[in-house]
Ligand binder design. Structure first.
Ligand code: HEM
Length: 452
């Protein structure tokens, strides 16, 4: 990259007041593709009052996420999340984030999460009881609801083990209210202050306080326990900072627990929802997946050794995350002036990477609109640029739960594919409702048939 020539970033203002807000909400990926085609690998446009600069060259992305990552913090679009997640890993910054990440990361190393695989298997078996019933009664399933409740159960089990039933029951509704509130604030031009007693603020405050009471209760109970169970909460209560030798206080624990809970269930749930959707639309892939699980898994359980052999299952998930990434984009704000390939990124600039756009970029993928798990065949995998394919982000702030999510998704997909075939009720098109994660625009149901 040569900083000698100063180049102008192409800019499309759009409507004088709203910019491209409407299109950004309704059809952002078509808009991004069009802009990239017209303006090149770095372009700016307005979303409401914000000017956003998007990068779509791997070198540019590596620059902001890895090489010069210290010069970037999470941008204005994370402000609503900050209200909820406070100083948790997703929303904290600088030295504080670094210390927290260093403490928490070891809890997610491969060896550690292997321990969670049994909980994932058990929760999936519980879902099978429900699905057996739906299959015998020929009742279609609400896949979004089922995948969310399954991944919520798993993350809650891994966080607090035996305390989950009460938590899941009380938390589901509160979590939905909190997430909807933050999404609608992200999308509105004018945000009412949080203390204003509007109906949505009142509902949010009630739901958030309920969630806080539940989690704080669990933390306090756990601190007093003599024989603490082996789960993430105990690990986090007992971990200490290398330099200060201090552990986390209740407030910090609350932020981290809520962060792991929020970041760790909707993302995986939507990855699986879209995978079932894509499998139903691509029966030849589904057949191949069924062949693999039939060959490798002998009964309702799946062992760690078997997970390691489920190579096609993994390829299907990787391709599904390419085709429809549950986290569709990453946003940053420049802390000081920066230069990328001769383009000035001024202090305060809002910079974005559309993971979706990179995953469909015609320069980097052959047949990007084809659903082809074979592209992730281990022989081809080395050719895939990690700044083009990045469902879990990249650089020091990449997803801490990457290995956890992959293991969980493989277990769920393999166990449920062995036992059932799911078909979309109607041949609906892919339409998105991009909130914090990329959800389907309309609720859809699937017909379920037992295979064994
Ligand atoms: C398929 C499922 C998942 C996807 C697609 C996903 C995706 C991502 C992405 C793209 C980021 C980077 C965001 C950024 O740079 O701004 C991220 C960060 C994060 N994810 Fe995930 N994630 C998934 C599952 C999980 C799970 C299971 C957990 C925890 C149990 C988790 C916890 C986190 C945390 C704490 C961060 C913030 C890391 C930091 O900034 O240090 N995620 N995730």
């Amino acid at each position: 990259m040569s900083p000698l020539t100063i180049k102008q970033i192409p800019f499309d203002r759009g409507h004088p007041i709203t910019g491209h807000l409407k299109e950004f909400i309704n059809d952002r990926f078509t808009m991004q593709m069009r802009m990239m085609k017209k303006m090149g690998p770095i372009y700016s446009f307005n979303v409401g009052k914000y000017k956003v600069t998007y990068l779509s060259k791997p070198e540019y992305i590596r620059h902001i996420l890895q090489e010069n990552y210290k010069n970037y913090k999470k941008n204005v679009f994370y402000d609503e999340l900050k209200i909820i997640l406070g100083q948790g890993l997703v929303t904290s910054e600088g030295e504080f984030w670094r210390k927290q990440r260093k403490m928490i990361q070891p809890a997610f190393h491969h060896k550690q999460i292997e321990h969670f695989s049994q909980l994932m298997v058990l929760a999936t078996k519980k879902m099978m009881t429900k699905w057996d019933e739906s299959a015998s009664q020929k009742t279609p399933i609400n896949i979004d609801e089922d995948m969310k409740s399954l991944t919520m159960e798993i993350v809650a089990q891994c966080l607090f083990s035996h305390d989950t039933a009460a938590f899941a029951k009380a938390a589901t509704n509160s979590v939905n209210v909190v997430l909807d509130w933050s999404k609608s604030r992200m999308e509105s031009l004018v945000k009412s202050p949080q203390w204003l007693p509007t109906q949505s603020n009142r509902e949010y405050n009630k739901a958030f306080n309920a969630l806080k009471n539940i989690v704080m209760g669990i933390i306090q109970e756990r601190r007093e326990m003599l024989n603490r169970p082996d789960d993430l909460l105990t690990t986090m209560i007992e971990m200490t900072d290398e330099d200060s030798n201090e552990g986390m206080n209740d407030h910090q624990l609350f932020d981290e627990i809520l962060t792991l809970f929020m970041a760790g269930h909707e993302t995986t749930a939507h990855t699986l929802v879209w995978t079932w959707f894509l499998l139903s639309k691509n029966p030849h892939v589904r057949n191949k997946l069924s062949d693999e699980v039939d060959f490798i898994i002998s009964n309702a359980d799946v062992s760690l050794a078997q997970i390691g052999q489920l190579s096609y299952t993994k390829m299907v998930l990787q391709e599904s995350m390419r085709y429809i990434p549950a986290v569709w984009g990453i946003g940053r704000e420049a802390l000081t002036d920066d230069m990328i390939d001769g383009f000035t990124i001024p202090k305060g600039a809002t910079v974005g990477v559309s993971i979706y756009q990179m995953h469909h970029h015609p320069e980097y993928w052959e047949n990007p609109e084809g659903f082809e798990p074979e592209r992730f065949n281990p022989n081809n995998e080395s050719k895939i640029n990690k700044w083009v394919y990045m469902p879990f982000g990249g650089g020091p702030r990449a997803c801490v739960g990457n290995a956890f999510a992959m293991m969980e998704s493989q277990i769920i997909l393999a166990m449920l594919s062995k036992r059932y075939t799911l078909n979309l009720r109607a041949d609906i098109p892919i339409e998105f409702d991009p909130g914090i994660t990329l959800r389907p625009k309309y609720e859809f149901f699937m017909d379920i048939k037992k295979r064994i």
